[in-house]
Design a binder for this molecule. Structure first.
Ligand SMILES: Cc1ncc(COP(=O)(O)O)c(C=O)c1O
Length: 355
C-alpha cells in the first residue's frame, strides 16, 4: 500500500488512502464517521471544539492517564477535573463518577463533557459511565488511544462515546509513526472537525477563512501505512496477549506481584503488560526493578503519574485519587512491544526473578 501511495503520486496531504483508512477505522470501531488526523492529541482537541467546550467550562477525566488527555482540555481554555480509578480495570471508577455527577447536578457544577480513557489496552466500565453521563446530559469522549482492538461486552473500543479518539503514535498497537483518528456518531461533528483540521478553508476558489483552523490532517502516505497495520490488528492483539500471558505465568506467583486484572466485562489487548509490586512482600520497590532491567539494557517504566499530582495541573479539582496514587507508587509497565521476541522476554523474566 505504501508503494501504491508513492507510485500514485498522492504523497501530498489527503488522497484515496486517507478516505479508505477512515472507512476501515469506522468498520473496526463500529462508529459511523471518522477523520484521520496527525495525532491523537489533535483528535482530542477537535473533539472538544466540535462539542462547543469553551473557556471556563469544566471537563472531567480520569486522573490516571497520559498528560495529552488533559492537555487538550487546557487547549480550549476549559478546566480539567480529575476522577480516580477503580482497581477492577484501573479506569474511571463508575461508582465515584456517578456519585460526583449527581452531586455536581445538585450544585449546578456539571461538566460540559467527560473524557473517559481506556487505559493500557483495556476498556473502562462503559455501561454505568454512559448511563450517568446521559442522565445529566454530559457529552462523552472516549480516549481509546491505548485500546484499539479491545472490547467491552462484545463491542469494540472506540464505539462508546459521542466521539472517540485513536492514536497511531510510534508506541501504539498500530502506528503511522505519528497519527490519530477522530470518530463520531454525528456526521456534522466530523465534517466540522475535518474543516477545522484543514486550516478551516472555506470551499470556494480563493482562500477564504471564517474560523481559526489547524493543520491537523494525516497524509495519504501515512494513511497507507495505517491501512496495512490495521489489517494486521488481530495478530498484534494476539501477540500482546501472549506476551502478557508469559509474564503472568512466569512472574504471577512472585510475592507482592499483581498484574493489571483483565476485567470480566471485556477483552483487553494488554497493549502494555502492567503490574503492581508490593515492596514489602517482594523485598524491592518498583524503581529498583526498573533499575535492574535498565542495567541489562531493558526498558520498563512506571505506570502513569496521576494528573492531579502533576505540577502543571496543580490546583485542579480532583475526586479522590488514592487508588491512582497507589497504582503509580507501585505500578510498572514491562517491555511489551510487538517486536519483543520470546527470547527477549525470557531475558526480562530472568532479570526480574534474579532480584
Ligand atoms: C491515553 C492517551 N491519550 C492520548 C494520547 C495522545 O496520542 P498522540 O500521541 O497520538 O497525540 C496518548 C498517547 O500518546 C495516550 O496514551
Amino acid at each position: 500500500m505504501l508503494t501504491d501511495a508513492v507510485a500514485s503520486g498522492w504523497i501530498a496531504p489527503l488522497g484515496p488512502h486517507v478516505d479508505a483508512f477512515e472507512a476501515e477505522a469506522c468498520a473496526v470501531t463500529a462508529m459511523p464517521h471518522a477523520v484521520a488526523l496527525s495525532s491523537g492529541t489533535a483528535a482530542l482537541h477537535l473533539a472538544l471544539l466540535v462539542l462547543g467546550v469553551a473557556p471556563g467550562d469544566r471537563v472531567w477525566t480520569s486522573t490516571l492517564t497520559f498528560a495529552a488527555t488533559a492537555n487538550a482540555i487546557a487547549y480550549v481554555g476549559a478546566h480539567p477535573v480529575f476522577v480516580d480509578s477503580d482497581r477492577v480495570s484501573w479506569n474511571l471508577d463508575p461508582g465515584l463518577l456517578t456519585e460526583q455527577l449527581d452531586r455536581a447536578a445538585r450544585a449546578g457544577t456539571l461538566p460540559k463533557a467527560l473524557i473517559g480513557v481506556d487505559l493500557y489496552g483495556q476498556c473502562a466500565d462503559w455501561e454505568p459511565i454512559l448511563a450517568a453521563c446521559r442522565r445529566h446530559g454530559v457529552a462523552v469522549i472516549e480516549d481509546a488511544a491505548e485500546a484499539l482492538g479491545a472490547t467491552y461486552r462484545d463491542r469494540p473500543a472506540g464505539s462508546f462515546g459521542d466521539l472517540a479518539i485513536l492514536s497511531f503514535n510510534g508506541n501504539k498497537i498500530i502506528t503511522t509513526s505519528g497519527g490519530g483518528m477522530l470518530l463520531g456518531t454525528r456526521k456534522d461533528w466530523i465534517d466540522r472537525a475535518r474543516h477545522l483540521a484543514t486550516q478551516a478553508r472555506e470551499p470556494v476558489r480563493h482562500y477564504e477563512h471564517k474560523d481559526i483552523g489547524f493543520n491537523y490532517r494525516l497524509s495519504n502516505l501515512l494513511a497507507a501505512v495505517g491501512r496495512a497495520q490495521l489489517a494486521d490488528l488481530e495478530r498484534r492483539v494476539a501477540a500482546r496477549r501472549a506476551i502478557q500471558g508469559r509474564y503472568r505465568a512466569a512472574l504471577g506467583e512472585l510475592p507482592g506481584w499483581s498484574f493489571l486484572p483483565e476485567a470480566s466485562f471485556g477483552r483487553a489487548t494488554h497493549w502494555l503488560t502492567c503490574a503492581t509490586i508490593d515492596p514489602v512482600a517482594f523485598g524491592q520497590h518498583r524503581d529498583q526493578v526498573i533499575d535492574r532491567l535498565a542495567a541489562h539494557d531493558m526498558e520498563a517504566r512506571p505506570v502513569w503519574k496521576p494528573l492531579h499530582l502533576q505540577p502543571v495541573f496543580a490546583g485542579a479539582e480532583a475526586f479522590r485519587g488514592s487508588v491512582a496514587e497507589a497504582l503509580f507508587r507501585d505500578g510498572i509497565c514491562l517491555p511489551s512491544g510487538s517486536s519483543l521476541t520470546p527470547a527477549d522476554q525470557e531475558r526480562v523474566i530472568a532479570a526480574i526473578r534474579a532480584t
